[in-house]
Design a binder for this molecule. Sequence first.
Ligand code: PGA
Length: 258
Amino acid sequence: MARQAHAIRPLVAGNWKMNGLQANVAEALIVRDAVDGDLASIGADVLIAPPATLMTELSAAIGKSRLLLAGQDCHAAPSGPHTGDIAPEMLKEAGASAVIVGHSERRVDHGETCAEVKAKAEGAQRAGLIAIVCVGETRDERASGFTLDVVLQQLKASLPEQSTAANTVVAYEPVWAIGTGLTPTTSDVEEVHVAIRRELAAIFGEDGERMRILYGGSVKPDNATALMAVSEVNGALVGGASLKASDFLAIVRAYESR
Ligand code: PGA
């Protein structure tokens, strides 16, 4: 029997990475104004993950806006002797409603394993944050035909057992597409997203059917509409193009006519 298609509210998330000084606050406020203004009835959630240094300020500035904020990473524990780390509870208190975990830049630059990513996601869920869990293959893994094996293995090992559609978002981000201007073909994106959906449904049942699966990796205004139209793509995780409000909003507008 064909799987029932569920109406899933998409999420367009901007990951500022290690970018964002006082001068950039204005860009977030432009996004806030659009999200509460002419995009108020758009059928998608919109989120910015600023550097942690701007979280409190942005949270105060956006107030009761529909714009959501997220951390870019967190520690698994609620507190403790972990110099330089940020607990999910701290992000929550500072105004975040989500946190990205397992981004490939964390997995590569900081050697984070799937087990660590899973512990962080558990911490996020404990704190009442949505865990945005990233998975994705490298260029070599794709070239060797291992894309689905790698992605599904990361998925199984990184998602906490108690994950639900409400507290977890999956982001498929091919490592070779991040910051390179390269993207997979829409049929390659579809192949991976359909496989992720099947796996999520097998593990989490109804929740797995409704969990959002974002595509990330060189999403730009000129390719967003095509990528967001792919089956089982429920939004985007945007890096470079989220730094300018006009570009980011052009991506959000891919959901305007739906
Ligand atoms: P990019 O980054 O849009 O600059 O490719 C995406 C990401 O790393 O989330």
